[in-house]
Design a protein around this ligand. Sequence first.
Ligand code: SAM
Length: 259
Amino acid sequence: MLSYQHAYHAGNLADVHKHALLAEALDYLVQKPKPLSYIETHAGRALYDLSGTEATKTGEAAQGIRRAEPWFAPDHPYRRALEAARARGGSAAYPGSPLIARTLLRPEDSLTLAELHPQEEAALRAALPGVTVKKADGPALALSMAPPEPRRGLILVDPSYEVKTEWRQMPKLVGQLHRKWPVGVILLWYPILASGAHRELTRGLDALGITDAIRHEVRFPPAREGHGMQGSGLYAVNPPWGWDAAAARLAKRFAALRP
Ligand SMILES: C[S@@+](CC[C@H](N)C(=O)[O-])C[C@H]1O[C@@H](n2cnc3c(N)ncnc32)[C@H](O)[C@@H]1O
């Protein structure tokens, strides 16, 4: 039974970290005139309303994108995706990762998105007509597709870590995907938690021994008193050229937020 709903967290500081660096990676990949594959294992609904009850209840977007938007120049790919979401959903709209990808990718690129939650899946289909959406287990789908055609491309793995076994399962998945699809860019997101629960995952990632990989983490003040998330992590296999520099620039912005 899935209970996580990203609408409560859309546009928070973890999304800013994940979405800005996803946008950087895709923007680099589309510079070559060769088509590419984009896969998401945990897609969510693609278009969020930051004025809705869920987002206003937590206030996370107010601490997140509302504060962070000026960090990015108007022509930054993340800002372009924000503008595309607003053009569709009004000034309070926010793009999830599938909409960021749809905005930045080209018609010749192929998108495959997995989402298991029935409501989220229906909203995703409505937001992105014509895109391949599967109501399927994302990790299993990704393994069955790897290596995709075209071979150039990126997979985003963005679980909610509702299920404790995901801390162990995700490094294993990354290792399997990398073996099956050595040229694929793999981006895995994870939270940094006060409880330290994420350390099982980071130990597993480090143990993979993948040479062309970066683990990039930022810390931020908790969204509210007692909130367990203290930061955001991205593990990137085969990061595109310049991605590490973009990540370092963003890290400086996050560091300035710390009390
Ligand atoms: C963190 S949210 C995704 C957010 C989205 N990637 C974004 O950045 O906009 C995780 C999503 O994964 C879905 N989910 C959970 N387990 C799944 C699974 N095994 N396969 C596919 N989707 C799953 C949840 O319903 C939820 O919508």
